[in-house]
Design a protein around this ligand. Sequence first.
Ligand SMILES: [Zn+2]
Length: 297
Amino acid sequence: MLSARRLARHPWVCSAAALVLVLAVLRPVPLTRIMTGWPPPGWAFALCDVGQGDAMVLAAGEGTGVVVDTGPDPRPVDRCLRDLGITRVPLLLLTHYHADHVRGLPGVLRGREVGAVQTTALQEPAEQAAFVRRTAAAAHVPVVPAVPGERRRFGPLDWQVLWPAAPVPGAAPYSPTEPNDASLTLFARSGALTLLLLGDLEPPAQQGVIRTYPALPRVDVLKVAHHGSAYQDAALLRSARPRLALISCGTGNPYGHPAVRTVEALRAGGAKVMRTDTDGAIAVSGAGAGLRAAGRS
Ligand SMILES: [Zn+2]
């Protein structure tokens, strides 16, 4: 297991190799989008456009991707994975059981080899948890709980489950009672690219992450918590200091996502902000100063 200190000591390598381009993250002007095909060559991470919900993919080799969440509907995530050429999913992580993260499950399973579904411990809302168990069982895909702090590798990827946290000796165990705060939170690497994926964590759990990992390093990509809602912990954003902040939300959603103040706070911290409601699906390649992101819209 990676300790918080060891995470901080990781040598973040800045890749100078510019992959085919589209939008230089650190050079937002001009915003010329030269799209010659999708996905852009060398993509390592993609945020699907699934409307109001989350679904994302970490590229794990030819036709293979680790998928995180499924969005609210099978069709958009199926289309996104098909467009990315994903036919094998060694692991599908469901951050929590809200419908906008799990109801697209049949779309991920459709015509693909899925090794296992991994979930958070809190089985709430119970109706959606039952839907996941039933749907996965029908496809003969095992559902396994994530172990706090566990670290996994697959192909070019490695990641650690930062949250929910392992119990701290001598402290009262923290058990989230609200689905958003039970979101599996991942620190992931693909080569030199670093990502922090926050699910729908609310501030109490965001503060729990930063308490558990006070030396959380700067990341290239932040999947902003809870569709860019107004409720973001400033200390976590300061610590992560993302180069690129990605928000998944639906056009004209009734929740006002993303909040203006969240977008402004991310920009003030130096991040380029992209969002699926205006940029469409978003693909990321490179790392560090060579980070590139392309929107499909
Ligand atoms: Zn959500």
